[in-house]
Design a protein around this ligand. Structure first.
Ligand SMILES: Nc1ncnc2c1ncn2[C@@H]1O[C@H](COP(=O)(O)OP(=O)(O)O)[C@@H](O)[C@H]1O
Ligand SMILES: [Mg+2]
Length: 263
């Protein structure tokens, strides 16, 4: 504050306490998360009830039709299929559980991504898809659960490969964005040359059990979102190019301060 052109008579310091705003934001995220989980559990219950209903119908008919060859043939064909639907679902759910109780450790992104690419390239190659990794050697570390991080990137790569039925290249790009305020971040992008996401379904792709594929589970991206939230990371999918199509899946992780990330 100035009393005239030359003299400063005082200073006004405005301190805004943002903790209430932050608490509201946290609460909002929690409410959204609970809503997603409620839909998720309802979806799981539905997925389990369907094969169970088929199995219990067959069991109910067993006393009357035990000697009917047609009944036995159908039972032999259908029962294992219905059981394996439940087993597959149980396997997916087990994978969602954070490994080692979801304990976080210091993770180097580069070797993790190199391993994932080495393991998954041969399968992608069978579908004429090449996976290219562009990752700087020197990167700050992040805090994460390596098992969950593998699952996150494998799901994104799998979606990218599945979006390219005629083959192409999946590029994984890693950038370090230094920040002057707050913490640095590492941005990992999975870019494909696929069909892109129909704007009409864009809002639903993170919903559990939403799929546009005949043999999809619709669980991939909802699991990815869970894992990203657990890591305080931001996950978004957006169109790559208006002309050429394709999708970019982007995950942004907060970095660890360099002193807590020894090399
Ligand atoms: N890279 C991508 N390109 C095009 N569509 C995608 C991509 N990733 C996800 N999607 C869309 O999001 C939907 C949900 O994906 P996801 O949850 O992984 O389930 P699923 O792969 O079993 O269908 C997919 O069915 C697809 O329509
Ligand atoms: Mg998927």
């Amino acid at each position: 504050m100035r009393c005239d052109e030359k003299h400063i008579s005082g200073a006004l310091v405005v301190v805004t306490d943002l903790s209430a705003v932050k608490a509201l934001e946290r609460n909002q995220r929690r409410v959204e998360h609970l809503a997603i989980m409620a839909r998720f559990y309802a979806g799981i219950a539905h997925e389990i009830r369907n094969p169970l209903a088929a199995i219990s119908n067959f069991i109910a008919m067993l006393p009357d039709r035990f000697d009917d060859p047609e009944y036995r043939d159908t039972a032999v064909r259908l029962l294992p299929m219905e059981v394996s639907r439940i087993v597959r679902l149980a396997d997916r759910l087990r994978l969602m559980a954070p490994s080692e109780g979801g304990r976080l450790s210091v993770v180097s992104v580069s070797p993790l991504l190199h391993d994932i690419v080495a393991i998954h390239s041969p399968t992608a190659q069978e579908q004429q898809v090449k996976i290219e990794l562009r990752c700087p050697d020197e990167l700050p570390k992040i805090q994460g659960d390596p098992g969950q991080l593998v699952q996150l990137f494998v799901n994104l790569i799998k979606n990218a490969v599945e979006a390219m039925p005629d083959g192409g290249t999946v590029t994984i790009e890693v950038d370090h964005s230094p920040s002057r305020v707050g913490s640095d971040s590492i941005v990992i992008r999975v870019l494909d040359e696929g069909t892109g996401i129909d704007p009409a379904v864009r809002a639903k792709i993170f919903d559990p059990f939403f799929t546009t594929k005949t043999s999809g589970t619709g669980l991939g991206l909802s699991i990815c979102r869970e894992i990203a939230d657990f890591h305080r990371a931001r996950l978004a999918l957006f169109p790559r190019s208006i002309l050429d199509g394709g999708t970019i899946a982007e995950v942004e992780f907060p970095c660890l301060p360099s002193e807590s990330a020894p090399t």
